[in-house]
Every structure is written in structure tokens, then in C-alpha cells.
Design a protein. Sequence first.
Length: 414
Amino acid sequence: MPIAIYMLGLAVFAQGTSEFMLSGLVPGIVRDLQVSVPAVGALTSAFAVGMIVGAPLTAVLSLRWPRRRALLVFLTIFMIVHVAGAVTTSFGVLLAARVAGALANAGFLAVGLAAATAMAGPGAKGRAASVLLGGITLACVAGVPAGAVLGQVWGWRSAFWAVAVVSVPAVVAVAVAVPSIPPGTAIPPGTAMSPDAAPPPEAAVPVARRELRALRRPRLLVTLLLGALVNGATFCTFTYLAPLVTEVGGYGPGWVPVLLALFGLGSFAGVSIGGRMADRRPMRLLVPGGLALTAGWIVFAVAAGNPAAVLVLVFVQGALSFAVGSTLITRALYAAADAPSLGGAFATAAFNVGATAGPLLGGVAIGAGLGYRSPLWVSALLVALALAVAGAALAARSTGTTGRPASPTRRAAR
């Protein structure tokens, strides 16, 4: 795996830390900027919406640029807005910085997935994607707890400064190590690219139209839907893990960072396993993994009052969630082979649709008086729905549009 892919993973680590670190900084921002807790919560919502909208939008806008230039622009903007967030005394400026940071993050991840899979080669998309997604899981393990500690010791602004500082070596590494790959290009590992290898400006519109047509394929749309559902289940529970383990699981507040880190360790293990299996044996992971994930959420909901069971299930469900979720993202990249620039953007958007919808559904369940176990049941329902959608899609694909089993020739064509 080229070293440049790991440098992209470092940048994604900084961005993942930024996306999730506000959970530990809310009290400090409330006191310093004299705003309400719900107002600070809007910072997280704004970031998520910016990721959903920004992924396809920034990918289309950057079609005129070589991928290295696009990555550098997005990463530099991301770094600058975190400096702005660290020094501002205005909540409005901080909100704008979060939106701008989300747009830059979305653009970087979308282009980064395309660049990483191009550098890894046609048969290693899963391994390349797992490196970038591993940056997100490591952010949950180390970045978010570290941001919370910085916020407690030196104030919430120090966490924003830390994200900006971590982004600096990533900018340098991208400039040095990432080849300047024209959009829509797949290259074998180690192939040298010209630094000036940019497509002509007039080529951007035809490329966008061609890739958007490719993204309308039913197989890809179903895969993106499955990814959103599984990721929604993941973040539905992860968002409310702290009150779940303290109010139901019997753990004290001091255990919350430990259990969050344990979930992150499981997630990293899952991404690593998914990266190894997604390229050649995806169904061996997706089918049993999806069933085990559904069963795990149900068992977690039933056994949430048992501290020992909680300790095991936090790790197991983190691993299963990200093993299945990262494999679905990889399969989306394969299904979008004719849309190498926008395929990563739509995978990023689907991932964040789930990250936005899951917590909202969990919050609705808690707000309805169903208790802190209810997000676990919602997570189980979301994965069960994903399995039902997958089953229906496979049945439709096997029978074709006429209601009769498809011939071997037609199956091969699909």
C-alpha cells in the first residue's frame, strides 16, 4: 500500500476528530460564548449537513483539478477554518467555520477515496478505503478523548488548535507523496504522474455528466442505501452510549471515556477485517456479519443492565458495525467504477446521511419516553431493514424484470 494512502488516513484522522470532538467541549463553549446547550448542539448538526451536501457538491466543483491539488485545497481550508474557530469570540463565526470545515472535510474524503483507490490499484479498493476509514475509527479511539482532555485542561479552543496542528504534516505529506492524478483516472501502484496532469477545463462537464449517469444504476443506489442504514444504526447507539452505560449499565461517569475508546477499538478492528475481505470475499462478511449485527443489537438491548455484557458488546458491536459498514462503502466504490470521481462523494454522503438520521431517530425514541435502551432497538430495526432491502434486491436481480429467473447470460451481464 503506497505511503501516500496512509498520509491521507492521517488527514482523515484529524477531520474525524473535528467531527466528533464537540461532544466533550459543549460546557466550555456554552460558558465562553454565552450560548445555550441546544445552540452548541446545532454546531454538530451543521457539520453533518455540510458533509452530506458538501460531498457531491465539492466533488463536482473539483472535477477541473488534479486530485492532489483538490486535496491540498480542501485540507488547507479545513486547517484555516479551525484556526478561525480557535480565535473567534463570535458564535456566528464559529458556526460558519463548522459549516466551511464540513464542506472541506466532505470534499477531501470524497476525492481522497477516489485517489486512494486509484493509487492502490483495481483489486485493492477495500484495503485502501479501510486505511481512510481507519482514520475515522482512530479518531474515536484517541482523537475525541484527547480533545476532551485538552478542553478540560486548557479550554475548548485548544482542541481546535490541536486539529489545525495535526493537519499541518498531512498538508506537507499530501503535497510530497500524492501523485497528481487527473479525475476519472485509475493508476497502478507506483506509477509516476506528471505534476501538471490536469484535464482540460472543457472536459469537466462531460466527465460530470458521464459519472452522474453511472451513479443512477440500481445496484449502486441499493448499496448506498444499505450503507446509510447500517451507519445510521451505528451512530444511533454510539451517540447515546454515555447515558446508556451510566443510567442502565451501572457504570460511573469515569468509565464513559473507556467504553467510548473500547467502541473505537472495536471499530478499528472491524475496518481492518473489512478491508481484507471486501475486495475478494465480501459476501462472506456481509451476510453473516449483517445477521450477527442485528442479533448483537437485540442482545445488547436485552442485556444492557449487565455491566459485563455491556463491556463485551460495546467492542463486538463496534467491530461488526464498521466491518459491515466499511465493506458496503467498498462495494459502492466497485459499483461506481465508471464514476471514480463522484463515486467516493456519494459514498461519503450516504455515510453521513446515516450519521445524521441515526441519532435523530434515537433521540425521538428517547424523547417518546422509551428509555435509554430504545436506541439499541432502533439500531436493530435499521440493520434488519437493511437485510430486508438487500434480500429484496437480490430476489429482483435473480428474477429479472419479467418475473422469471434470469438466464446465466443475463446474470453475468449484471
